[in-house]
Design a protein around this ligand. Structure first.
Ligand SMILES: *Cc1c(COP(=O)(O)O)cnc(C)c1O
Length: 354
């Protein structure tokens, strides 16, 4: 069976070895040694000044929204995983959708300004499939209009843009370390910010608002990562370069097998060093996509419709038409991609598609 992805698991004895000191100390959470070590190692690997490990990528977004004090309307993309938008609603803000750029599939920077009102407090955009948003244009618009910027960088582990980590952009970037993501801790996430004041507020928010054991600075939540999850991250991190290299070879096999076959492949923004996180293909029509998906399922191949439906169609939001996102989301399919697949697997999938 070829699923859309397969989680990388480190050798069990390596994971167990990392857990030995946890068993000895009986210290399972509340910023134990492994969480702190994982944060340090991730900072070095990702080349970012700081990273707070949290329980998942959704709480990372919610804490970012809360810590930045966002209110009213937040401009966002309809082409992402649901957590991007549900976080906005969960934090009591109103998502205002801006359609996507049909080339890069990220929020269309040329349509952001017309969506800004006197209630807008921020832009929350996704570097979808690890393809960077037009960060220069977005930052310019944000500073001209006094808006905060959060990037949902859940797909961006290790992505560089113009030679630097993509996570350096925006006031805050959030990561997901869910088991289906390129780098994972089982469940987990991360928050990156270059601003020391924001970093401190985010830290306080993720730990119930504690200011020492008997004092509170204000409202908080439990966003902490456990030692069990951090151990998984440390064990996986040993293999990350290998994981990325293997995915690269599967992607190359797909590219060769699918050239000139009527599907469009991802257009990475110029200056991107990518991480091979997903293999989306865009069909000429939804009918064709459904046919191909059915045929694949019959052969035990399970691609996923990332991301369908377009998020402006969520049942808890008023519907407003977004032609590009709705069209793309009906026609895009993510083919199976994982470090455990071989170029021969890519050929098997491509064969069905052809
Ligand atoms: C996976 C994902 C999230 C949520 O992350 P979890 O760790 O599963 O909570 C948020 N945004 C995007 C774009 C994602 O793909």
């Amino acid at each position: 069976m070829l699923n859309v992805t397969q989680t990388f698991l480190p050798p069990l004895e390596e994971y167990a070895k990392l857990l030995e000191p946890v068993w000895e100390s009986k210290w399972l959470t509340n910023r134990g040694k492994l969480v702190c070590e994982l944060e340090e190692r991730l900072c070095r690997y990702l080349e970012v000044p700081n990273l707070l490990a949290v329980a998942n990528g959704t709480i990372a977004l919610q804490i970012a929204i809360k810590a930045l004090g966002l209110k009213g309307e937040i401009i966002t993309t309809p082409f992402s995983y649901v957590a991007t938008v549900s976080s906005i609603v969960w934090e009591g803000c109103i998502p205002v959708f801006v359609d996507i750029d049909p080339i890069h599939l990220t929020i269309d920077e040329n349509k952001i300004e017309e969506a800004i009102t006197d209630k807008t407090s921020a832009i929350l955009a996704t570097h979808v499939y690890g393809n960077p948003c037009n960060v220069e244009a977005i930052e310019e618009i944000a500073s001209r209009n006094g808006l905060k910027v959060i990037y949902d960088a859940a797909h961006c582990f290790g992505v560089k843009y113009k030679g630097r980590s993509i996570l350096e952009h925006g006031d805050v970037s959030t990561l997901s370390f869910h088991a289906t993501k390129l780098f994972h801790t089982g469940e987990g996430g991360g928050i990156v910010t270059a601003n020391e004041e924001i970093r401190k507020t985010i830290f306080d928010h993720h730990n119930f608002g504690h200011n020492g054991p008997e004092e509170f600075f204000g409202l908080g939540v439990n966003g902490k990562m456990s030692e069990i999850n951090a151990a998984m991250g440390l064990a996986v991190l040993e293999y990350i370069d290998d994981i990325i290299a293997r995915r690269r070879s599967v992607r190359e096999a797909y590219n060769a097998a699918l050239a000139d076959n009527g599907v469009a492949l991802i257009n990475l923004r110029e200056g991107t060093e990518w991480n091979f996180s997903y293999y989306p293909v865009i069909f000429e029509s939804e009918e064709l996509l459904l046919d191909v998906k059915n045929e694949m399922n019959k052969k035990d191949i399970f691609p996923r419709r990332y991301f369908y439906p377009s998020l402006n169609r969520l049942p808890y939001l008023p519907y407003g038409e977004l032609p590009v996102a709705e069209d793309i989301s009906r026609r895009v399919l993510c083919l199976p991609l994982s470090d455990s697949f071989t170029p021969a697997d890519a050929e098997r999938v491509s064969e069905v598609l052809r």
